[in-house]
Ligand binder design. Structure first.
Ligand code: ACO
Length: 327
């Protein structure tokens, strides 16, 4: 029986993990499949490699990342009472990826479900998890971003297939005396949803004849670029203001790894050095909901207790969100 408490409960980040498929794929390899080049991809996006599934599912990657995060936190699977997986490329719609993770780590009776907020999924799931911990309903939450976008892109379409990779990242949030999640702001704009789409299963029943739907991801790259470079600086200003932290106090900005040029433009608009923006998309490409927790795993070595971070996601929906975290 879970006990509610009247005292104010803080939340801290308590372990990180990641997982990518075995198969690493360079731009030169992609240039054998579609009419592109290492030079075009590198200069337009900053991506040099990505990992593509050779059979690993979203569930497999999520479970591996979860196990690594558990090891990092020193927690046991049975201590986890909330699991939220952010994904738009689940292996199954039902059971959810989160339920499969629950079974694999032995988180008996945990509340487990998936959320779909595209590349903002990790921030949206983190907001849910921290709010549920602060409410006293849960103590230890596992939040995972996991994707196999390679199954969602058209491998004939050079304008999208070069951008994405497969992978998962996991974070454990725990109830704490000291609150280390200083602010989270999320928002959506469905009116602009058409600029980044991925169809679900089409309607088909005795009344409705199945129609031909575009089954792969469609993207208006220029519109997405405009959206990201205007919304993200504004969102980062708002969330740091809410946390009462100045931009100068932030040790590292970890943005969704969509495109190096987007990050450089955000840095410029905020009048900050681009060196303060973590980049690992050269190695992993855009893994949607997984980019931020994978980046956290890699940035970990450079972080000291007390360092302040801004995490920021943006993507399909359209959706966006940022959080300020004390490491
Ligand atoms: N290789 C070579 N040439 C290409 C490729 C490719 N992979 N893709 C497109 N081109 C060509 C186009 O056909 C076009 O040729 P044309 O001039 O002869 O017609 C030319 O390159 C320029 O195409 P644009 O689409 O105008 O290229 P742009 O400079 O806008 O860059 C890009 C495209 C990188 C996608 C850019 O718009 C962008 O970064 N947008 C942001 C979108 C993004 O990051 N999406 C990630 C998913 S969404 C998310 O995570 C939030």
């Amino acid at each position: 029986m879970q006990q509610r408490s009247d005292r104010v409960i803080g939340v801290k980040l308590n372990g990180v993990g990641k997982s990518v498929p075995k198969q690493k794929v360079s731009n030169d390899t992609l240039a054998k499949w579609v009419d592109t080049s290492d030079e075009w991809i590198t200069t337009r996006t900053g991506i040099q490699n990505r990992y593509l599934s050779g059979g690993e599912t979203t569930t497999d990657l999520a479970i591996e990342a979860a196990k690594e995060a558990l090891l990092d936190s020193g927690k046991k699977g049975e201590e986890i009472d909330l699991i939220i997986v952010a994904t738009i490329t689940p292996q199954h719609i039902m059971p959810s990826t989160a339920c499969m993770v629950q079974a694999a780590i032995g988180a008996k009776d945990a509340t487990a479900f998936d959320v779909a907020a595209a590349c903002s999924g990790f921030i949206f799931a983190s907001k849910l998890a921290s709010t549920l911990i602060q409410s006293g309903n849960h103590k230890n939450a596992l939040v995972i971003g996991a994707e196999t976008l390679s199954k969602a892109v058209d491998w004939q379409d050079r304008s999208t297939c070069v951008l994405f990779g497969d992978g998962a990242g996991a974070v454990i949030y725990s109830a704490s005396n000291e609150n280390k999640i200083l602010a989270i702001q999320t928002a959506s704009n469905g009116e602009k949803g058409e600029c980044l789409t991925l169809q679900g299963r089409p309607l088909e029943n005795p009344y409705v004849k199945k129609t031909e739907e575009k089954e792969f991801m469609q993207m208006d790259g220029k519109e997405v670029y405009r959206f990201a470079t205007t919304i993200v600086p504004d969102n980062i200003k708002k969330v740091t203001e809410e946390a009462n932290i100045s931009l100068e106090e932030i040790k590292l900005f970890i943005l969704h790894q969509a495109n190096g040029r987007i990050m450089d433009s955000v840095a410029k608009r905020l009048e900050l050095s681009p060196d303060r923006f973590f980049k690992n998309l050269g190695e992993y490409g855009n893994t949607s909901a997984a980019t931020i927790p994978i980046a956290l795993c890699e940035a970990k070595e450079t972080l000291k207790e007390g360092d302040l971070l801004v995490l920021c996601g943006f993507g399909g929906g359209l959706t966006w969100g940022s959080m300020v975290v004390r490491w």
